[in-house]
Ligand binder design. Structure first.
Ligand SMILES: C[S@@+](CC[C@H](N)C(=O)[O-])C[C@H]1O[C@@H](n2cnc3c(N)ncnc32)[C@H](O)[C@@H]1O
Length: 294
């Protein structure tokens, strides 16, 4: 007779298997309506696969069985889940020195003009807003350009606000740690003193230095909520590669709001694949997706 101790049993390993991974039209309509109401992102049915795969990722984290269960969970726990839901449906693609002609315009035209116009010896603060900043690449690109300018022209100082709706991506922006391959587009001369190379467990990563971060602040900000505002007016607002996710009526509201946050003569810069054609506004078009407040 076998002693009890020697009996070996085998059990199937516990893995969470999603029972139903397909999204129905009705479920897609519910989720796309909700993301539109919350953040203005318009998703039509050609985005079904994208929505399905992003929601499935969230489902696995929550150990839920189906998209139906996820929707029930979201409805029952809106306070707990809404930010995660929004974070899963935003698209955060970005790069250092992305659409570089905008940074060249800043240096060669806008900042040059400012030097010529500047009178007196007092220090002028320049305020810049990267209004859908993703993981901070745009913010730190602006910081590199502005830091170089202010060192050469000490009568100027700068402050940059980076904002986004996505709380995960804002945490990454605040940490400012980037894989080496993402650093590649940064012209080499900017790296010295502004980025530190990781070693040991941080091998393969770079971090923006405290010196670069000292004039930068990040904040969660929803562009599409008319009552959400910041108590500042800006010399330059970068609003690049986010309007593509909004329908015209939302673009109009966002532009009106951001234009009201611009100083007279200030710049609003949108992405190259975006346009304000067909949107009523009072900004002067300077070319190359750059607009000026009169
Ligand atoms: C493609 S990224 C653009 C990043 C950067 N501006 C660039 O051009 O590289 C778009 C960003 O817009 C943000 N976003 C989408 N809807 C938003 C909203 N209603 N308010 C604020 N940010 C939003 C997303 O979270 C995402 O990080």
């Amino acid at each position: 007779m076998k002693s009890k101790d020697t009996v070996t049993t085998f059990e199937a390993p516990k893995t969470s298997v999603i029972q139903d991974s397909n999204i129905s039209d009705e479920q897609f309509d519910f989720l796309s309506k909700l993301i539109f109401e919350k953040v203005g992102i318009y998703l039509d049915h050609n985005k079904t696969t994208m929505v399905q795969s992003r929601i499935l990722r969230r489902l696995k984290k929550l150990d839920l069985d189906s998209i139906k269960d996820y929707i029930t969970y979201l409805k029952e726990n809106p306070d707990k889940e809404m930010d995660f839901f929004i974070n899963s449906l935003t698209t955060n693609k970005t790069d250092f020195f992305r659409e570089n002609d905008h940074f060249e315009y800043l240096k060669d035209v806008f900042l040059k003009d400012l030097i010529e116009k500047k009178t007196g010896t007092s220090v002028q603060d320049l305020y810049i807003w990267s209004a859908a900043c993703s993981a901070g690449h745009e913010v730190y690109t602006l910081a590199l350009v502005m830091d170089e300018f202010c060192k050469k022209n000490p009568r100027f100082n700068y402050k940059i606000l980076g904002s986004d709706i996505d709380t995960d991506i804002l945490d990454r922006a605040k940490k400012a740690v980037y894989p080496a391959e993402q650093i590649d587009p940064i012209p080499r001369h900017y790296l010295q003193g502004n980025f530190q190379k990781g070693s040991g467990e941080n091998e393969g990563f770079y971090r923006a230095s405290d010196h670069l971060k000292r004039n930068v602040k990040f904040k969660r900000f929803n562009l599409t909520v008319p009552t959400e505002r910041v108590p500042l007016t800006f010399d330059i607002i970068f609003l690049r590669n986010v309007l593509i996710y909004f329908p015209p009526e939302i673009i109009k509201k966002v532009i009106d709001k951001l234009a009201s946050h611009l100083k007279s003569g200030g710049l609003l810069i949108i992405g190259h694949s975006e346009t304000l054609n067909g949107i009523e506004h009072d900004l002067e078009f300077l070319g190359s997706s750059i607009y000026k407040k009169k």
